[in-house]
Each structure stands twice: as structure tokens, then as C-alpha cells.
Ligand binder design. Structure first.
Ligand code: 13P
Length: 288
């Protein structure tokens, strides 16, 4: 299937009460692991690309070329969106120009009026090309690729105004954090989540910081209007762990075990397993 906007897949998920995974990608292995797994499970998916990851992969156009080519190579039949994660104002336009099918403009660090004005402008530019848009109010905590957030709880009044710009999905800080959660984490703030869904008029909500949130908490968030759950760190962790085990067991020293096609295989399989588990928890298998 052609690479598509995230709008329809999220409206369907919101209506039918399941979540679509945004899996952040880092290189060829990541893209292959996601595309082959979602095709096996007949699940829609969103490939998340941070500005740092895009730079690492050789720019936005390289990312799109890789995704299109692999989508065709694996005969992918499920809907796949390529989404800029935590885009800056400039990055949003560059990704749009390169053919991304979905854009997050993260203006949460701007004064509110500026976030509102810039979101409005980016919605108009993206919608003119059939590209979906995610906005954010209340910075998500933790650090992701140099984007550092304070872990704020979003102000529902601000959420209402930003959602009214016509965004297709909406991220609000509800106590979620990028990266690992500390042992004393208080959990998601479901009261704020409910209020945000009320004031935003039923726009599909996004849960950032999907790594390490217990399955029941994610499922409760889905029941309250979350339709997209972002997962990044968890895949990096399972990839690193499986690769370390392979090397610590000395397998790279046996025969041609140093061949990257062998060396990276355990990490690749570990990512596929984690993606499968996430899709099962989010309920999007057979929903393509
Ligand atoms: P984690 O790295 O905590 O899974 O968060 C991913 C994310 O929210 C991407 O925007």
C-alpha cells in the first residue's frame, strides 16, 4: 500500500477503541523490523522520525526513499504513515517538502500565543498536501534526541484552543516521560486526560513516552481517547541487550559471526518481538 497520512487510521482507531503504534525508526533494520511485523499482524502503523534520527539516516529524503522502497519490496498491504516526531518549525517544512505524510509540530516550548499561531500556519500548509498534523501542549518530560521537556501537565484551556486549529491528533502532557520511568513515578493523570478529550471535541489523542507504561494503564488511556502511542526507547533497549548478549557470548568470533547480517540479527528479532507485543497490547492487529 502507498504510504499514507495518519488521519484515517487514527479516526478509525478512535472510533473502534484501539491504539496505533508510532514506532520510532533509526536505520534500515528498524524500518524492516516494523514493516515486516505489521504486515504479519495486519496492523496499521506510524513510523516516527525525530529530527536527529532523520539527520543520522541521511536526511528526510533518504528516509522517504528507504520507506517507499522497503514498502514495495515487502509488498506491504497495511497503511503506513511516516511522521515527523517533535518537529521544529523549520523541520516541519523540510519534512513536508521531502514527502512525509504526517507532521508533529512541537511548539510546546514557545509562549502559548506563538505555539497557537505557528500550529495554525503548519496545519494549513500540511492539509493543503493531505498531510496529517499533531500538535502538543504541555511539554512531555525527559529527553529525546536533545529535545528536553519538563514533564508538565497540560492546561485544558490551551488544549482547546490548539485543537481548534484543526489538528488531526493531539498530544498533551499528562505526567508521561520520554525514556525510562523513575521508580517513584506517579503514573498517568487520567483526570486531565479525560478533560483534554472533552475540551478537544474528540480529536484522537497521542500518548508519548510509551516505553515502560504498564499495559493496563495504556489500555485505560486508549479507552479515554488515546489513539496513538509512541514507542522509541524500548526498541533501542531490546536491540542493545540482544546485541550485547551475542557479543558477550563470543558469537562474533565464531566463523563469519562478525558479518553484520549475523551480528545484527538477534537485535532485529528482539525488536520484532517487542513490536508484536506492543501491537497486541494496543489492540491494532487485524485492523488494517
Ligand atoms: P519513549 O522513548 O519513552 O518510548 O517515547 C517515545 C516518544 O514519545 C516519541 O515521541
Amino acid at each position: 500500500m502507498a504510504v499514507v497520512s495518519a488521519k484515517e487510521m487514527l479516526l478509525k482507531a478512535h472510533k473502534e477503541g484501539y491504539g496505533v503504534a508510532q514506532i520510532n525508526i533509526n536505520n534500515l533494520e528498524w524500518i524492516k523490523a516494523v514493516l515486516t511485523t505489521v504486515e504479519e499482524l495486519k496492523s496499521p502503523v506510524i513510523l516516527g522520525v525525530s529530527e536527529g534520527a532523520a539527520k543520522y539516516m541521511g536526511g528526510y529524503k533518504t528516509v522517504m526513499a528507504m520507506v517507499h522502497a522497503l514498502d514495495a519490496f515487502y509488498n506491504v498491504s497495511v497503511p503506513v504513515a511516516v511522521h515527523l516526531d517533535h518537529g521544529t518549525y523549520e523541520g516541519a517544512y523540510k519534512a513536508l517538502e521531502a514527502g512525509f505524510t504526517s507532521i508533529m509540530f512541537d511548539g510546546s516550548h514557545y509562549p502559548f500565543e506563538e505555539n497557537l499561531a505557528k500550529t495554525k500556519e503548519i496545519v494549513a500548509a500540511c492539509h493543503a498536501k493531505g498531510v496529517s498534523v499533531e500538535a502538543e501542549v504541555g511539554a512531555i518530560g525527559g529527553e529525546e534526541d536533545g529535545v528536553i521537556g519538563g514533564g508538565e501537565i497540560a492546561d485544558p484551556k490551551e488544549c482547546k484552543l490548539i485543537a481548534a486549529t484543526g489538528v488531526d491528533m493531539f498530544a498533551a502532557g499528562i505526567g508521561n516521560i520520554h525514556g525510562k520511568y523513575p521508580a517513584n513515578w506517579k503514573g498517568l493523570n487520567f483526570e486531565v486526560l479525560k478533560e483534554v478529550q472533552d475540551v478537544t471535541g474528540g480529536v484522537p489523542l497521542v500518548l508519548h513516552g510509551g516505553t515502560g507504561i504498564p499495559a493496563e494503564m495504556v489500555q485505560k488511556a486508549i479507552s479515554l481517547g488515546v489513539s496513538k502511542i509512541n514507542v522509541n526507547t524500548e526498541l533501542q533497549l531490546v536491540f542493545a541487550e540482544a546485541t550485547r548478549k551475542y557479543i558477550e557470548e563470543g558469537k562474533d568470533l565464531v566463523g563469519k559471526g562478525f558479518d553484520p547480517r549475523k551480528l545484527l540479527a538477534p537485535g532485529y528479532e528482539a525488536m520484532k518481538k517487542t513490536i508484536k507485543e506492543k501491537i497486541e497490547v494496543f489492540g491494532s492487529a487485524n485492523k488494517a
